[in-house]
Design a protein around this ligand. Structure first.
Ligand code: NDP
Length: 474
């Protein structure tokens, strides 16, 4: 059975203990990973601290070049990394609408190259006979990255490349549920980067806790649950760490009555069910106008019954298992909660009787705001569909949430949809699509879905502090 080590200060580092990593399609472990101690966390932070002066002073163009090299390295190692992602997450290689491990790699490569090319220019505020004043961006120091299990490599790349690009050094702690693609990525990246610039420690939440409260860490970038995000915010206060928190979403879509039902239903289904609903910006609450409610529900039921669920290593699998037992139990509990509502399960509703953490793609109609399945982020293949009477009513229901990551409006009239989308209380609003992010546009949540943004110029700025320089003349 393959064993994966950590990388600290450019060296492969093993630990006395190890933990098993489970393939959720089988419910059995297939590899082991080093179980770090708190001493490893200290060593990793120290190595990142020691590497910071030289890395931060490197020519910007040199760091750009190295980020491009990382993109090329990912491309060269695609087959190994995609296989690993599928084994540790259950995500299909190809997946529904092409959303799978191959896409995760392609996205990681794309993000590396696009982020490499973004620059943060110096702004000259004053330049006259009295003074020269400029504002420019400086790296923060050591960045701790804490990543979740749903898109382990892509989210690692989002965190790591932005931080490194502008001159920070990094210690990353992936989720214990899917640490392997990150451990391997860091090992490979260390063939490109100077020692200590990028370190990985593997293990459980206590290590994350140690990292986010470490006095020698300057910033935390975290993707995961709102609950853990709140704990991190409290732990980070000791030395006033900067924070970027990308937390849970409970994204709403509003479907207006003028849509082409047959054309729109598969797109809604894809937005809700790709990666088995285990994406922060999946569509999680579907609000449909009463005129087309039954027609949309019928189409969704057909799609749910047709979609191919199975082991992600089979090329034609569209949906895999839930990533872990706890997530499966959460979906089972939410499905059971439908009984105490007026909702009706029209497709699915049961655990699939086979090895692994499989659950039937499930469509629940006649749901209402306030029902557990609508209030809570399901993070699984079970979609509540809620009826509304007019656009304002739909908007009111969509905004009635503690979360605010993404949201969408679907209509044949882009102007009306855009006006409504602008009033959605969320970080990103889409018209006639949902959840598609890109490396040059900011992405982040409002309300309890997060603090700050990632991607593009705005994301890079969050990895820096603003430095003002004034040179008096005369
Ligand atoms: P968590 O938020 O608990 O875990 C995310 C990461 O944080 C993991 O690496 C975890 O490590 C680490 N962690 C846990 N506790 C701490 C802590 N106190 N300080 C620092 N790091 C910590 O998510 P779960 O995996 O438990 O999933 C629970 C729910 O979160 C899901 O049901 C879903 O609703 C939501 N979620 C949202 C995601 C998103 O993309 N926004 C992604 C994943 C989950 P370890 O795993 O080793 O404990």
């Amino acid at each position: 059975m393959q064993h994966y080590k950590m990388t600290i200060d450019g060296q492969g580092v093993d630990a006395e203990d190890k933990f098993a990593v489970i393939n959720p399609a089988k419910g059995q472990h297939f590899a082991t990973c080093a179980l770090a101690t708190l001493t490893h966390v200290d060593l990793a932070v120290k190595s990142a601290r020691d590497a910071f002066p030289a890395w931060s002073q490197l020519q910007d163009s040199e760091r750009q070049h190295l980020m491009h090299e990382i993109g090329q390295m990912l491309e060269a190692n695609m087959p190994e990394l995609t296989q690993l992602i599928t084994q540790e997450t259950g995500k299909p290689l190809n997946g529904l609408n092409g959303v799978g491990a191959n896409m995760e790699l392609m996205g990681s490569i794309g993000w590396s190259h696009v982020t490499a090319d973004i620059t943060l220019p110096v702004e000259v505020i004053q330049d006259n006979e009295e003074a020269y004043v400029q504002a420019y961006r400086k790296p923060l120091g050591v960045v701790a990255s804490i990543t979740p299990w749903n898109w382990p490599l892509m989210i690692a790349i989002w965190h790591v490349i932005a931080a490194l690009r502008v001159g920070n050094t990094v210690v990353i702690k992936p989720s214990e549920n899917s640490p392997l693609s990150t451990a391997r990525f860091v090992e490979l990246a260390n063939q490109i980067l100077p020692a200590g610039v990028l370190n990985v420690v593997t293990g459980f939440g206590d290590l994350g806790q140690a990292l986010v409260s470490h006095d020698d860490v300057n910033k935390v970038v975290f993707t995961g649950s709102t609950e853990t995000g709140k704990k991190i915010m409290a732990s980070a206060s000791g030395n006033l760490k900067r924070l970027t928190l990308e937390l849970g979403g409970n994204d709403a879509a509003i479907v207006l009555p003028d849509v082409d039902v047959k054309a729109v239903a598969p797109q809604l289904f894809g937005a809700a069910f790709h990666n088995n609903g285990q994406t922060c910006a999946c569509l999680k609450r579907l609000y449909v106008h009463e005129d087309i409610y039954d027609a949309i529900c019928q189409e969704l039921v057909v799609l749910a019954n047709q979609v191919k669920v199975g082991d992600g290593l089979d090329n034609d699998t569209q949906l895999g298992p839930l990533q872990n037992e706890a997530q499966l139990q959460q979906v089972i509990a939410l499905s059971a909660s439908v009984e105490s509502s007026e909702g009706r399960i029209l497709a699915g509703g049961n655990r699939i009787d086979r090895e692994g953490y499989f659950f039937e793609p499930t469509i629940v109609v006649d749901m209402k705001n306030g029902d557990a399945l609508v209030e809570q982020e399901q993070f699984g293949p079970i979609l509540p569909v809620i009826k509304f009477t007019d656009a304002e009513h739909g908007l009111e229901l969509a905004n009635d949430s503690l979360n605010g990551l993404g949201g969408s409006v679907w209509s044949a009239n882009a102007e009306i949809a855009t006006e409504l989308a602008q009033r959605l209380e969320c970080g990103t609003a889409w018209v006639n699509s949902h959840g598609d992010v890109q490396p040059d546009a900011p992405f982040g949540g409002v309300k309890q879905s997060g603090v700050g943004v990632e991607f593009g110029r705005y994301g890079l700025e969050e990895c820096t502090s603003l430095h003002t320089l004034k040179v008096k003349k005369g």
